[in-house]
Design a protein around this ligand. Sequence first.
Ligand code: DX5
Ligand code: ZN
Length: 221
Amino acid sequence: MKNQCILSPSILAADFACLGEEVRAAVRGGAEYIHFDVMDGAYVPSISFGMPVLKSVRSVTDRKLDVHLMIMEPERYIEEFVRCGADLITVHLETLQDPERTFRMIRSLGVKAGVAINPETSVHTVIPYLSMVDMVLIMTVRPGFGGQKYLDSCTEKIRIVRDAITQKGLSTDVEVDGGINDDTLPIVLEAGANVIVMGSSVFRGDAYENAKHFMEMLKNR
Ligand code: DX5
Ligand code: ZN
């Protein structure tokens, strides 16, 4: 069975002065997830936002909150993010001492578990964990900032991970994050991605119109 295609707008690119309106507009345009980028200034150079902001976003939408933790020792905060409203928590494989234990911990809290890998991390490192997670996130830019250019070298990784999932008969989602726009969306879909993160492509300009436009592209694929 083919996985459903899902749009997950990243609020990192939203106007925080009216965050609630921005989220509502993306949801009205059809977004099923809202992507929430947490950065600690250690694992990645920048610092973004955390629990209080997640709580506020939770209060304005019933859509799934897709929390992407770009932080060291993510286990310290998982429970708290679940309490603040996360539905799906993705951790970076590069930050985990005992990946299996972390995935079990996330799932035991009643939310979905995702595992992310950076552009320079080999795709083969993630293959042993496919049955232990609900989603694999292939980073298509170096994590840390929105608005970067899609790295072509990542397309093959999407294909490899999707093929492995199919071969094993699993239903794991494949998410892509970074530099997705009108030109790169067809490429990642063709390679096998089905959860599409978009920061600037949705929130630069009219979030409702942009989300609607990309939802059309996802439906007509
Ligand atoms: C980057 C973040 C992304 C970012 C994507 O580290 O993980 O979610 O918001 O932004 P765009 O879509 O603008 O590349
Ligand atoms: Zn992200």
